[in-house]
Design a protein around this ligand. Sequence first.
Ligand SMILES: Cc1ncc(COP(=O)(O)O)c(C=O)c1O
Length: 323
Amino acid sequence: MSDSRQDTLLDSVLGAIGNTPLVELSRITRRLEGRILAKLEYLNPGFSKKDRIALQMIQEAEADGRLKPGQTVVELTSGNTGTGLSIVCAVKGYPFVAVMSKGNSTERARMMKALGAEVVLVDQLPGSMPGQVSGGDLALVEQAAQRIVKERNAFRADQFHLQSNARAHYLHTAPEILRQAGGRIDAFCDFAGTGGSFSGCAAAFKEHDPGIQCYLVEPAGAAILAGQPVTNPNHRIQGGGYSIAELSLIHKSHIDGYLQVTDEEAMDFARRLAREEGIFAGFSSGANVAAAVRLLKTTQPGKTIAVLLCDSGLKYLSTDLWL
Ligand SMILES: Cc1ncc(COP(=O)(O)O)c(C=O)c1O
């Protein structure tokens, strides 16, 4: 990732990954004490933070020989990692197969296909709703991904297990935030899917200042990491909240607290981001801002809280987020 992408000629779009702006949400926090600093990850080439991990996973696998020239790359994706991998694989010349639940929004599959990926869509469990991908739905996608890896002798860009996922955020996202914020943040809260961005950012923040409080955000009714019973696996916050009891990338010692966000709160704040701040982001971005506002109103009044705005609102034009 280039540190000065604004004023250099890039030799491919991969150089445009990362170094996203950090923006203070001063309109949303108008009547609150404290600040929310939002990292505009939707400005990456694939319109999500997952471009970062796609690049890191492929670069590390190339470097240590797990990925051979021309070998097929396969990954299970809710669309964003797949889009990032589609971009990286297009530039580097690897065939890429994205395996995705039919429950994820159609924009994602269409974008990956446009970028040259082969997209395999997996049926949801009986009773699951489109737009609501449960842990059970994800298990079916995992089975399909494993089968395709075997059939094609492919490299699995396994975002749930490869340390490169967290490392992308440890090496880049969090240091960028610290630089942009002048080294001063008090807290970070992050909605977990694989837990990669929470894990990598929390590790870097704690290294910088062990006092930075890191909160894991989950859907209300699917807060399994907080030890709560799962009553609503079919929430609306795409990209995470899969009710997976253990996320191997997350270090429990980095978690200072857990927050739960309802679908309505996530949607409300995604809409407020658009209307009040001119920031067009998705459900999980809304969830992160809802959680940050809760922190300012409760345990962190007057503090500076960093959040990631994970992906673009354009990815949800087919849903009722934007009516
Ligand atoms: C839109 C969106 N938000 C949040 C997440 C969760 O990020 P992580 O996997 O780093 O926990 C994802 C992951 O796919 C995502 O696509």
